[in-house]
Each structure stands twice: as C-alpha cells, then as structure tokens.
Design a binder for this molecule. Sequence first.
Ligand SMILES: [Cu+2]
Length: 187
Amino acid sequence: MFQIKNMTTLIVITVVAVSLQTSEAEDYTVGGDTIGWTSFPPRGSSFYSKWAANFTFKLNDNLVFNYESGSHSVVILNKPNYEKCNVNDDIQTFNKGPTKITLDRTGDFYFTCSLSGHCSSGQKLSIKVTDTASSDVPPAEAPPSLSFGPGSTATASPPQSTASTTPMAATFTLLLIAIAFNFFSQF
Ligand SMILES: [Cu+2]
C-alpha cells in the first residue's frame, strides 16, 4: 500500500515537472555565442534585428548581453531615442558585462550601447515580447471540411501548435495514470 502511494507521489511530481517545463523561461545570448554584443557587427545595423527575427521572446525570458566591462554597455531606452541613437535619455544603463535582462513585461524593448558611435554603427536591438499564455494555447479545432474553394486554405494549423500539443497530451496521460493509482490504492 505504501509503495503504491509512493509511486502516485512520484507520478504527480513528474506531471508537475512536465507541465513546468513547457513554460520555462529561456535565456537568449544576444548576437549568438561567437559575435555577442559588439559595435560594428557583421552586416551593420541589420545584424541584431536579423538575429532577433529567429526567436519568439516570451514574458520572463532573459536576454544575455555578452561583452567586456568597459568596452560596451547595455542601455534600455524608448523608441524615439532608440531611432535617434540618443543615449542621454536612457531608462536604464548596465555597465558590467555580461548583462542579463529579464523581459518582465510584454511589448517592445529597445537596447543599445552608450559608448560614442556604437549605436550608429549598428549596436542596437529592438525586440517584441509576447505573453506566454497566448503562444501555449492550441488553436481552435478547424471544422472538418472537404471543400477547398478560393480563400479557404487558411484553416491549416501553424507548425508550432503540434509541438505544444505533445507535452500537453503526455501530461494528461500521466495525470490519468496518477488518478488510477490513487483509485486502486483505496482497496
Ligand atoms: Cu558598445
């Protein structure tokens, strides 16, 4: 009896762990491991926007800016100042590299470096942070339909939805097993 209870506890812990894993915050190294946070990035000011386009940043993810203290900084600023490279009206400045910044709200973030000429030479990054919930909710089931007239092709689910459905299904399976164990341990 005790062993069955123990196993139930183990399964419940596994279920919780699996559930947490799907919404775990991620760390992103700005510019990748080799380039990092630097002035004169390859291909100029488009470098960091191209880097950012590879990812979907979610609430509570972290950006890691890799640089040597003294050679660069991380400045958070608003959009107009970001566009003008005006680092004098910054919201926040970090001087000690590497700098880890938690994306603690949704919406747009603007970053640059406060050292003279670095912003204009391309050391700037803007990203959009989305809510975790909105990206984890599976899309509504498309009604079964065999007619594919003009304009009816938009019902296909995006590829990432299948990836989030699998751990969800696994969680439910484990949950059912846990409930079954609990039920049988009563006898
Ligand atoms: Cu710099």
